[in-house]
Design a protein around this ligand. Structure first.
Ligand code: FES
Length: 207
């Protein structure tokens, strides 16, 4: 049965691609300046459900195979920005390293419950792909990032995401760091893989 994810802060910001490039890990590659947007557009164009279906919260199918390593794709589901971050081995290492620094390393908090299938070391079905709702659990702002370790004073040596509103910071598994205003990790939306590279966001029912 599908589970639903409510929006932190009770608002519904439009999906967006982070504009903040400075110090971000996101690599714009050879096409400079359009990295994530260029990746996102074809997916949204290819898989966007009808307006009527979207209003009803239809699941969104996304092919992950073209997301470059280390980059974040943003897709919209139920009016929420859903992040898909393709993590490098170094990024996964940083998640392990952050265990003692995050407030809820095992995602046991229940304000925005992590689905059972993502309640693991990397908060994901496939370690390579973080799939999380990019909305801060404090008051609903959208964090920016990912930032490289050492590139931002708020994160210090850790790579991760920063919420611009009140300074909550999150690691590359969407786990909030200790002593920050956000009460919970970034929500993981219901999702399931229908092939090696295609994921459905908004539906985790078993066939
Ligand atoms: S909304 Fe993110 S820290 Fe307040």
């Amino acid at each position: 049965m599908s589970t639903s994810t409510s929006l932190p802060g009770g608002q519904a910001p439009a999906a967006s691609v982070d504009k903040e490039r400075r110090n971000a890990i996101i690599v714009t590659c050879a096409v400079g300046g359009v990295g994530v947007a260029a990746v996102a557009a074809p997916f949204l164009a290819s898989f966007a459900p009808s307006e009527r279906a979207k209003a009803a919260g239809a699941p969104v199918e996304v092919d992950l195979s073209s997301i470059p390593l280390g980059e974040k794709l943003v897709v919209e589901w139920r009016g929420l920005p859903v992040w898909i971050l393709r993590r490098t081995p170094e990024m996964l290492q940083s998640v392990k390293k952050a265990d003692p620094e995050v407030a809820d390393p095992k995602s046991l908090r229940t304000q925005y419950p992590t689905p059972e299938y993502a309640r693991n070391e990397f908060r994901s079905i496939k370690p390579e792909f973080l799939i999380a709702v990019g909305v801060c659990t404090h008051l609903g702002c959208s964090p920016s990032g990912p930032y490289a370790g050492g590139s931002n004073a708020q994160l210090g040596a850790d790579p991760g995401f920063i919420c611009p509103c009140h300074g909550s910071t999150f690691d590359l598994a969407g786990r909030v760091f200790k002593n920050k205003p956000a009460p919970d990790n970034l929500p993981v939306p219901p999702h399931k893989y229908v092939s090696d590279t295609v994921v459905v966001i908004g539906d985790d029912s078993k066939a």
